[in-house]
Design a protein around this ligand. Structure first.
Ligand code: NAD
Ligand code: IPM
Ligand code: MN
Length: 352
């Protein structure tokens, strides 16, 4: 089994190094790694954020473990050369349309959430974010208006088939998570009161629901969803939403469970091939200081074992080790502690 290892920029290499230590400690038979350049690191080395060689490794791999991309040195580059194009390009080229971002409260972190502990304790939700459409991938550009001003535009757009395939993933996710016999709850988040894109989204989600009579489907406008996520996050089970809304709501959900350094993600195609990455970015403000929380990346490695490599028992071991490390006080500055990236990795290894 080939793992493409793409550390990227900023804290990316620091957090990937800890995930790699954890994977190595599991001594899984037949796991091999190929490392590739992505992001600003790739641009600086070879002039492109997603070199053909990296894309080739990613295509050949059974799964991809990704750190983060983004480099302030590259902010002035033309858009197609910016580091972020590496992750957008991988998602699009590999059709990784289904982004699963679980947010679950580790009881040990109740005091780290910015929500009251009794509100935060109930959080156990999954954001299913569509990842290869929406305003991210519509026509975009800069132009001049009739009166000579600059005007930027990005077209928001979803086709029926794009909505349907992510809706199926979301309904199946709700069924798989359901406890006590039911089919689980699915909340579709949109802005159908204003956007045509969202009206289509809502119509197609409702059509798809006919195939999942056991799942309880509700709809919510995104502004209300942002509010409900901090008012009473325990009401949510599975949330399905578009690319942009999902990006924003998942950063918000991360803080509800204590830190953006805790949220893992899987980005899957229709065959279970996946890219696994923390939801956070390259964090230039703390890069190179051994301060980043590596747990989101370690938990992403667990998702990789579960979803792409069919090793659920090993995934369970990683998740249990993370819980044990947290119970033992393994916390970085983001969680109100003082441990370094490497020390948190040490704690997870010790727990394993
Ligand atoms: P960010 O997620 O990198 O950082 C936001 C804040 O959270 C910062 O204060 C940072 O220090 C903190 N933080 C993030 N991860 C942390 C961790 N593991 N441990 C402790 N603290 C952590 O978001 P940003 O600052 O808006 O973006 C920085 C760069 O990252 C930009 O170039 C952006 O485009 C890029 N980015 C990339 C990805 C990705 O690669 N998938 C995701 C988000 C942002
Ligand atoms: C994420 C990031 C990316 C996104 C950026 C870096 C393109 O914020 O993975 O959440 O917006 O999807
Ligand atoms: Mn994001």
């Amino acid at each position: 089994m080939l793992i493409a290892l793409l550390p990227g920029d900023g804290i990316g290499p620091e957090v990937i190094a800890q995930a790699r230590r954890v994977l190595d400690a599991l001594a899984i038979d037949g796991l091999v790694y190929e490392e590739g350049l992505v992001g600003g690191a790739a641009y600086k080395a070879v002039g492109h954020p997603l070199p053909a060689e990296t894309l080739d490794i990613a295509r050949r791999a059974d799964a991809i473990l990704f750190g983060a991309v983004g480099d302030p040195d590259c902010d002035a580059l033309e858009r197609h050369l910016r580091p972020e194009q590496a992750i957008l390009g991988l998602r699009k080229e590999l059709t990784l349309f289904a982004n699963l971002r679980p947010a679950k409260m580790f009881p040990e972190l109740a005091d780290a959430s910015t929500l009251r502990p009794e509100v935060a304790a109930a959080i156990d939700l999954m954001i299913v974010r569509e990842l290869t459409g929406d305003v991210y991938f519509g026509e975009k550009g800069m132009r001049k208006t009739a009166d000579g001003q600059r005007e930027g535009y990005d077209v928001m757009c979803y086709s029926e088939s794009e909505v349907r395939r992510i809706a199926h993933v979301a309904f199946r996710t709700a069924q798989a998570r359901a406890k006590n016999g039911g089919g689980g709850k699915l909340c579709s988040v949109d802005k159908a009161n204003v956007l045509e894109t969202s009206q289509l989204w809502r119509d197609v989600v409702i059509e798809t629901a006919a195939e999942y009579p056991d799942v309880t489907l509700t709809h919510m406008y995104v502004d209300n969803a942002a509010m409900q996520l901090v008012r009473n996050p325990g009401q949510f089970d599975v949330i399905v939403t578009g690319n942009l809304f999902g990006d924003i709501l998942s950063d918000q959900a991360s803080m509800c469970v204590g830190s953006i350094g805790m949220l893992a993600s899987a980005s899957l195609d229709s065959n279970g091939k996946g890219l696994y990455e923390p939801i956070h970015g390259s964090a230039p403000d703390i890069a190179g200081q051994n301060k980043a929380n590596p747990l989101a990346t370690i938990l992403s490695a667990a998702m990789m074992l579960r979803y792409s490599l069919n090793l659920p028992a090993q995934a369970d071991r990683i998740e249990a080790a993370v819980a044990k490390a947290l119970a033992g006080g393994a916390r970085g500055a983001d969680l109100g502690g003082s441990m370094s990236t490497v020390q948190i990795g040490d704690a997870v290894l010790a727990a394993l």
